[in-house]
Design a protein around this ligand. Structure first.
Ligand SMILES: Nc1ncnc2c1ncn2[C@@H]1O[C@H](COP(=O)(O)OP(=O)(O)OP(=O)(O)O)[C@@H](O)[C@H]1O
Ligand SMILES: [Mg+2]
Length: 159
């Protein structure tokens, strides 16, 4: 578990830039945290860092949206806030394609977790400690990825 203090939005953007190069095709990134913690804001920064060709908006009313990236791959953004309990097979079938192509970021991931066992999964938890400061807790899929992230974080600049 990696814990980072994000003093303001520029630090959240720095975290997104540090993480972006480590994400692999079909990786899942679970975003955990209360309403307003910054999950969608982080996703937008991650999309920019990955070269998304359109800006991120909250998918709360559409469950999922896929963004095209500069290299031809996709970043899927899902938000399961409105889902209660684990997705049934039909509902999973609707969203499964988002996980089978590109990278998938999921806000409020509990309803899909049972369907994602065995996948390479990162988890980022954001907690607001003031209007602009956040505490981030990052769980990497394996120790080598955690070390690679720390190298990327240390070498990332603030601008
Ligand atoms: N350091 C920071 N990191 C992220 N967001 C921040 C930070 N400082 C301030 N904010 C603000 O906090 C708000 C976070 O809202 P956001 O929609 O990203 O939250 P969320 O976690 O996606 O909420 P929800 O669960 O409702 O989807 C935004 O208005 C953002 O500008
Ligand atoms: Mg959100």
């Amino acid at each position: 578990m990696i814990m980072l203090a994000l003093a303001d939005l520029t630090m959240t953007e720095r975290l997104a830039r540090a993480l972006a190069p480590l994400l692999q095709q079909q990786d899942v990134l679970e975003l955990v945290g209360e309403i307003g913690a910054g999950k969608t804001t982080f996703t937008a920064a991650l999309a920019r860092a990955l070269g998304a060709t359109e800006p991120v908006r909250s998918p709360t009313y559409t469950v999922a949206h896929a963004y095209g990236l500069a290299d031809g791959t996709t970043l899927a953004h899902l938000d399961c806030y409105r889902t209660r309990g684990t997705l049934d097979e039909a509902a999973w079938g609707d969203v499964e394609p988002y996980f089978d192509s590109g990278i998938a970021v999921v806000e409020w991931p509990e309803p899909v977790r049972a369907w994602l066992t065995g996948r390479r999964t990162w988890q980022l938890e954001l907690r607001a400690v003031s209007e602009s400061a956040r505490i981030a807790r990052l769980q990497a899929p394996d120790p080598a990825s955690a070390r690679a992230f720390l190298r990327s974080w240390r070498s990332s600049s603030l601008t």
